[in-house]
Design a binder for this molecule. Sequence first.
Ligand code: NG6
Ligand code: CA
Length: 506
Amino acid sequence: MKKNLIIIILVLGCFLTGAAQNKRTAQRPNVIIINADDLGYGDLSCYGATKIQTPNVDRLAADGIRFTNAHSTSATCTPSRYALLTGRYPWRREGTHILPGDAALIIPTDRTTLPLLFEKAGYQTGLVGKWHLGLGNTVEKNWNAPIKPGPNEVGFGYSFIFPATADRVPTIFVENGKVVAADAADPIMVDYKKKIGNDPTGREHPELLKMQSSPGQGHDNTIVNGIGRIGWMSGGYKARWTDEEMPLTFLEKAKQFINENKARPFFLYYTLTEPHVPRMPSTMFKGKSGLGYRGDAILQLDWAVGQIMKELELQGIAQNTIVIFTSDNGPVLDDGYQDEAVTKLNGHTPWGIYRGGKYSSFEAGTRLPFIIKWPGKAQRMISGALVSQIDFLASFGALLNQSIPKSDAQDSEDLLNAFLGKTKTGRKVLVEQGVNSLALVQGNWKYIEPNAGAPLSRLVNIETGNSPDPQLYDLAADPSERNNLAAKHPEKVKAMVAALEEIRNK
Ligand code: NG6
Ligand code: CA
């Protein structure tokens, strides 16, 4: 009798736990992170732009939380994306600077990554878009056979990417480690040291280009689709993308992933190529913004966000999906092509009120658009909390009840309450990375390390934040970093130097 009772209790217990588990699983939200490429703080109408309208991202912001002090870790792509996926400051590791298109994978395969965390929590995980974190174990690789390790080996169950940037060869898609439309009879070869094969280059044949490259910026090697690229490639003619179509292909693949995984919790990392160079929008967007192709590419990006939101509605999962929209680093106008980004700017301010831009340790380098929508959970508001993309790992770990080994994601902070709008308090300190130097933000204060780099990057006409002297700014009184207060507050400088050293040596 007693034995029967115990069995009944045990069975009931299992049943209840199972039911609770199912309920929890059913309630777990899908998560989509949309990461734009080189989109600045001031590039969206919801962040104050008046010369361009971005209604779809604006709607996202109106329905969710719009952050005004949110950052990537770095003012360029590779390190910024490294941090987002690993929860670790990229400058702790050698070789996390902007990678060539044939680089080896730099994300460790034996540590917790953002997609691995979701996978551990029972999610389907997918990556669609720009990668730029290397592929395979070595620079020399066979593009005509499966390439490993890559996104799938660091936690993405599905991946559809291009390897580096739109302006670097190889200009091809890779799906789950295999080049799409590869042809054994026309093997792909890639080289970053010397010309390979017989394809014309922009330098030799500028008359073949539909968009001229800017002098001295290196975008004059192999011509693909009438555009000179960084690096040389040959072969793979059927596999090469056309720039006008490539973002649409990413959008289709992202929608397909959503569609196929709508019945289970999924994590989708959708990494747009807009408005990175070469800006060559689809025909339907060419000329639409009046700001040249950079503006058109932003309209195209905004449209893609709207399409994703529509798909979520259509599949009936919009209510249970967290959508995050952000960018990998600050804005740049002439980044290698004569595409009228400068001449047709028309008073638009991609950097908002902030100083600098891409490549800069001034605020516009890493202070970026950052929006979180979670219907019914993240209340509608504007938040000035200091947050970073590096905090996704610890914060989603908290949301999904996943522990992260101490050795992993060491710089990621659990900011779930800030991400959900329960508090407007975020980080106490954040390190920002320009190209040559680090900066530390602590409350209203910002300190930029002295360094010998040029104060102006002439190629892109951006103030880098470099100075041989220490710089100290009061971001509350002087958000545009015009007034260096270092000489006035030597004790503050000293304290911030020490604080930065402590983080560096952690
Ligand atoms: C720079 C390129 C720039 C762009 C950038 C990467 C030159 C002179 N400039 O080195 O055109 O490709 O790398 O951009 O080569 S990022 O957004 O991926 O960091
Ligand atoms: Ca970028």
